[in-house]
Design a protein around this ligand. Structure first.
Ligand code: ATP
Ligand code: MG
Length: 360
């Protein structure tokens, strides 16, 4: 073609457990896609930051590490967490150490039942469950505020303080309304617990209704988080875009992933909607040490993640093609054990690469 392929620079942080296996699969699929499409070009830079480096050096990210990440267009992240490192250390040491300074305040989790896969919900078919969960990703219950006193004593106390600021709630709410507006059903469900928590949650409710006035074309729907879990199971068709706090959306999105068939499928985007910093894309699942090194990790979560990354970079067409190819492979039942199949990570990856070559 006369046009030069558009270049993008991608930072890869495979990290722990099955992270390196699924990221290798994702990179292979992305390279196949860029070669087949001819319209964009990807260069990958590996960062070997992991719990292994942490155990050797006492830190996940070396000095100057964040600055070198800033040079990339996007970050593709595997999973962090190791059996011999407390989870709160690995999470704060690597994932949140990137999300927070890069102001990736919107965590976006699309979930749907892919063709060829099955939901544990008896009557749900593809199309009955098609959601995007927007999670506030910068403060709330995970603000890291609080403390402990009188350690080990019978009267020991600990506080875990939630921080909600108008600025942060407004920006994520606006992002959620825009996301809802971009989807066919134009419906946003905002989820809080404002019957029991009368400060931050009531402010969330108020801000939701204020921002709603800027989006008269979007239908607004309010839910309490406890009732929301029931509605997700009993009436999945009634939901579309969902916005909730850091903690609530964390829990709801795991439920969503399970309802859609497997935790091995779903993607997550940690977005800085201002585009001042690179955004970070990762499969929703963790490091899964129980299957690490066995070659059976489901790479579909990383493929879908790659599609979301391409969408964010502006490569909509390639993203749509990739999703089509993933679903075709699922329909052929070339799937890993978590989806009831027998295929290995490599077999699923090759099958998706073959579909991509045929799609162009
Ligand atoms: P972490 O602490 O890093 O979140 P975890 O073990 O608590 O790790 P996951 O890693 O998400 O949580 O694993 C939960 C379960 O789901 C495990 O049994 C794991 O084997 C399975 N699982 C997770 N990801 C995949 C995948 N990509 N393919 C197949 N099974 C997976
Ligand atoms: Mg876990």
């Amino acid at each position: 073609s006369l046009q030069h392929p558009k270049p993008y620079s991608i930072a890869c942080i495979p990290a722990d457990g099955i992270g390196p296996e699924v990221i290798a699969a994702g990179v292979q699929v992305l390279k196949t896609l860029s070669a087949a499409s001819g319209s964009f070009q990807l260069s990958f830079t590996d960062y070997d930051w992991s719990s292994e480096t942490y155990k050797k050096t006492g830190q996940y990210i070396p000095a100057g590490g964040l600055d070198s990440l800033k040079a990339h267009d996007a970050i593709l992240f595997g999973a962090v967490g190791a059996p011999d490192v407390p989870d709160h250390l690995s999470l704060w040491g690597l994932r949140l150490a990137i999300c927070q300074p890069f102001q990736q305040y919107a965590n976006v989790r699309p979930t749907r039942i892919l063709r060829g896969t099955e939901s544990p919900l008896r009557k749900a078919a593809p199309g009955d469950l098609d959601w995007v969960i927007v999670r506030e990703n910068s403060e709330g219950e995970y603000a890291g505020q609080g403390g402990r006193s009188h350690r080990g004593r019978a009267w020991e106390t600990a506080t875990e303080v939630s921080i909600f600021t108008r600025a942060a709630v407004e920006r994520v709410m606006r992002f959620a309304f825009e996301t809802a507006r971009g989807r066919p059903r134009k419906t946003l469900t905002y989820v809080t617990k404002s019957n029991a928590q009368r400060n931050g949650m009531v402010m969330w409710d108020e801000i939701a209704l204020e921002v709603a006035r800027e989006f008269p074309d979007v239908k607004v729907d309010k839910m309490l988080v406890d009732a929301m879990t029931c509605r997700m199971v009993l009436q999945p068709q009634s939901l579309d875009t969902i916005v909730a706090t850091n903690l609530h959306a964390d829990i709801l999105s795991d439920l969503a992933a399970a309802l859609a068939g497997s935790i091995g499928i779903a993607p997550t985007s940690n977005l800085d909607p201002t585009r001042e910093h690179p955004s970070m894309f990762e499969p929703i699942h963790g490091s899964a040490f129980d299957i690490t090194g066995k070659g059976v990790a489901n790479p579909v979560g990383t493929f879908w993640t790659a599609a979301e990354m391409l969408r964010w970079l502006g490569e909509e067409e390639a993203a749509d093609k990739l999703m089509e190819c993933i679903e075709k492979v699922c329909e052929k039942k070339i799937v890993t054990r978590d989806l009831g199949g027998e295929a290995t990570t490599k077999q699923v990856t090759s099958a998706v690469c073959e579909e991509i070559k045929q799609a162009y």
